[in-house]
Design a protein around this ligand. Structure first.
Ligand SMILES: [Zn+2]
Length: 438
């Protein structure tokens, strides 16, 4: 079994010694533990019967109990991937993006979906993605699912079966992905019923149109009637006129919507005039909307013109949103499909790339929460994304001690503990999908 850089004791009770934890990931800072200027604290963590028993200041002496010395390697809670597209994943080799643009992605995926997305095809590719997530130390995944006819009827039952299969290992949530226009028709009502039956989240791609406010009102009404949270794809373009985010915030305030509201992407916010930006940021904060940024996919698709060098990074205003106390998470988005030609469902990679693309490193501050605590809260997982007494010992152990060490290598030899036990960390073999690519 591939366990990683440290061998864990075969015991139900042991101590993880000299573990460096980003302080914002501790549910409470134990007394007497200094925090470095980079926000790191060194602690000992006692594990008992699959849970964290105690977190204390690191002791230099070994105790009588079984223990493992991390030698100051970093210790994180298991990671949370709050925005993925498992149904599109791992199709690149048969449906590549010909010119790398957003339009090219839509064309490639639409053709592939119409021709190839049977229940078996979708199930095997989604499961492949989940095996990657599991191997890299993720414990919860939210996926958007293309939900218009006839695909929705194929994919949702597959998702529900996978959620059952993975129960206890990966917490799975699904969001409907449809054009907002559907909510101007009876199809919107049917979709809301399907989502509610499956315990999902109601979502759509919010495009600017003359009807946008009426459509948002209807979506929120359907969600409120069924007690559903909502999750939008929003302004994923470099078009200054893409301003759905402000419309969503106004709709949430107008309808006094009580569920959780999440907006993903919000790319165009970064290139709008300052007065529009200020007004939109204020509305988002007032409406208690959370924002998910997808830095790797945005960097790939935004500002792409064949033969021309890109001039902006495509990401939304993470720092300005965080300054207004808007919860901000980062996530994988697409993986090895026409929207993003790379990726492995590895949230450490997502954090590493986000740190570089979005400058989350000066200072690191609360940003480690963007792949842990914040997405756990968005998904309603009270025990997820933090380290503290009484919480499950679902932890990732890294060899890197400082930020520079952690984020310079892929940390492919990390150890993943689930309920205190090391898991087999081998990701699936690409060859497992070869017959789907012919
Ligand atoms: Zn997306």
């Amino acid at each position: 079994m591939a366990q990683g850089f440290l061998a864990m004791p075969e015991r139900s009770a042991y101590r993880l010694r000299n573990a460096t934890v980003p302080a914002p990931l501790l549910s409470e800072l134990p007394p007497g533990v200094p925090v470095s200027p980079d926000g790191l604290a060194v602690v000992d963590v006692f594990v008992r019967d699959g849970r964290i028993d105690a977190v204390v200041a690191a002791e230099t002496r070994e105790g009588p109990e079984a223990s493992v010395d991390l030698a100051r390697g970093q210790l994180w809670p298991c990671l949370i991937d709050v925005h993925t597209h498992l149904d599109k994943g791992h199709t690149w080799e048969r449906a590549a993006n010909q010119d790398g643009t957003f339009g090219g992605a839509i064309r490639a995926v639409s053709e592939d979906r119409a021709a190839r997305w049977s229940a078996d095809d979708v199930r095997r590719r989604m499961n492949f993605g989940l095996r990657c997530s599991w191997a890299h130390g993720t414990k919860a995944v939210r996926t958007h699912l293309d939900s218009f006819a006839p695909q929705g009827a194929i994919t949702w039952p597959v998702f529900e079966a996978l959620r059952k299969e993975w129960a206890g290992r990966l917490e799975l949530q699904a969001v409907s992905l449809v054009p907002l226009q559907i909510f101007g028709t009876r199809d919107g009502d049917e979709l809301a019923n399907r989502v509610a039956t499956a315990g999902g989240i109601l979502g759509a791609v919010a495009y600017i149109s003359p009807e946008i406010d009426a459509l948002l009102d209807r979506l929120l009404e359907l969600a409120a009637e069924r007690g559903l949270d909502v999750d939008f794809h929003c302004d994923e373009s470099g078009d200054v006129g893409a301003r759905a985010l402000g419309h969503i915030a106004r709709a949430v305030l107008r309808r006094r919507f009580k569920g959780r509201v999440v907006c993903g992407h919000c790319c165009s916010l970064a290139i709008q005039p300052p007065d529009v930006v200020t007004e939109t940021l204020d509305l988002v904060a007032q409406a208690a909307i959370s924002v998910i940024s997808l830095p790797m996919c945005n960097l790939y698709l935004q500002d792409r013109v064949p033969g021309r060098t890109p001039r902006w990074r495509g990401v939304t205003l993470l720092h300005e949103l965080a300054a207004r106390r808007v919860p901000v998470a980062v996530a994988s988005d697409n993986t090895r499909d026409a929207f993003y030609g790379f990726g492995d469902h590895d949230m450490l990679e997502v954090f590493r790339e986000a740190a570089r693309i979005c400058h989350l490193d000066r200072p690191y501050g609360d940003w480690p929460r963007a792949v842990t605590t914040t997405p756990a809260d968005l998904m309603g997982l009270a025990e997820g994304g933090r380290i503290g007494p009484g919480l499950p010992a679902d932890l990732v152990l890294f060899e890197g001690r400082t930020w520079s060490e952690l984020l310079s290598r892929p940390e492919a030899n990390r150890v993943v503990l689930r309920n205190g036990r090391a898991i087999d960390r081998r990701p699936p073999d690409y060859r497992d999908l070869d017959d789907l690519l012919r």
